[in-house]
Design a binder for this molecule. Structure first.
Ligand code: ATP
Length: 243
């Protein structure tokens, strides 16, 4: 592993944590582990940050099983290697989404139910923060998805307090690109499991992913420009609200 690359990646995550006050002393941080590369990288980097941070915080890996066949043991072993406790939360989300509700667009409901189960499990474990593996490409994709499908300028925030489950969601990877996350997962040989979801690869999210990937080939500075636009948005440049 290139030490320089690792240092850069860790520095970017530390920067995001400090910029948005994501983690405080004595926090108990639950890390949502989906089996995908993003959340594996998230746990690994937060663990590196924890070792050098001037504050004390604990990490807790949680996998919410939607009710399908995935090698959760790989995640258990990964957490063991990282020295982080692992929690497995079984659910029947897949049955609810696909069999009972027979959703035509299952992703939104599935994501909501997974998020709800994750947050409640975190709270039950005494965690006050829940970390998700969203990175800068996700920020941009979500922006365009909102624009194209709901006609709104919006994307998710770095930090969100959820009153219903009384936990704060944080997204420490927002300053990293998908490519950097992928490279970190590859170099560190972190677990990346096959997603058994039946609609995997045929979703609106996937469509946006391809759209943004296309934009990036044409506008390679898009990540930086987008981050700058989000941080310096001036509402006076938009139209006033009319009745
Ligand atoms: N089943 C799950 N159990 C626990 N956490 C989850 C689960 N699914 C998703 N998450 C959390 O929510 C984040 C965003 O979920 P999403 O389904 O968009 O994953 P993704 O963008 O494919 O990322 P990843 O590569 O980590 O799967 C994940 O990075 C992870 O932190």
């Amino acid at each position: 592993m290139s030490k320089e690359f690792q240092r850069y990646v860790v520095t970017r995550v530390k920067r995001a944590i400090v910029d948005y006050g994501m983690i405080a002393d004595e926090d108990r941080v639950a890390v949502g582990l989906s089996g995908g590369k993003d959340s594996s990288v998230l746990l690994h980097i937060l663990n590196l940050v924890r070792r050098v941070a001037p504050i004390k915080f604990s990490l807790h890996g949680i996998y919410v099983d939607p009710g399908w066949d995935m090698e959760a043991n790989v995640l258990r072993e990964f957490c063991e290697r990282e020295g982080v406790p692992f929690y497995y939360k079984p659910t029947n989300i897949a049955e609810v989404v696909f069999d009972i509700r027979q959703e035509k667009n299952p992703c939104a409901l599935c994501a909501n139910l997974r998020r709800g189960a994750l947050n409640n499990t975190a709270r039950d474990l005494g965690c006050n923060k829940v970390a998700l593996g969203h990175h800068l490409d996700d920020v941009i994709e979500t922006f365009f998805m909102s624009l194209f499908y709901t006609g709104q300028f919006r994307t998710f925030s770095p930090v969100t307090y959820l009153s219903r489950s009384d936990v704060t969601m944080i997204r420490p990877l927002i300053y990293l690109t998908q490519e950097q996350v992928r490279e970190m997962a590859r170099q560190k040989k972190l677990p990346v499991l096959e997603n058994p979801c039946p609609v995997n690869g045929r979703t609106k999210r996937q469509e946006m992913r391809e759209f943004v990937a296309n934009l990036l080939t044409r506008y390679p500075e898009l990540h930086l420009r987008f981050l700058n636009a989000l941080k310096t948005a001036d509402l006076r440049n938009l139209w006033p609200v009319t009745k």
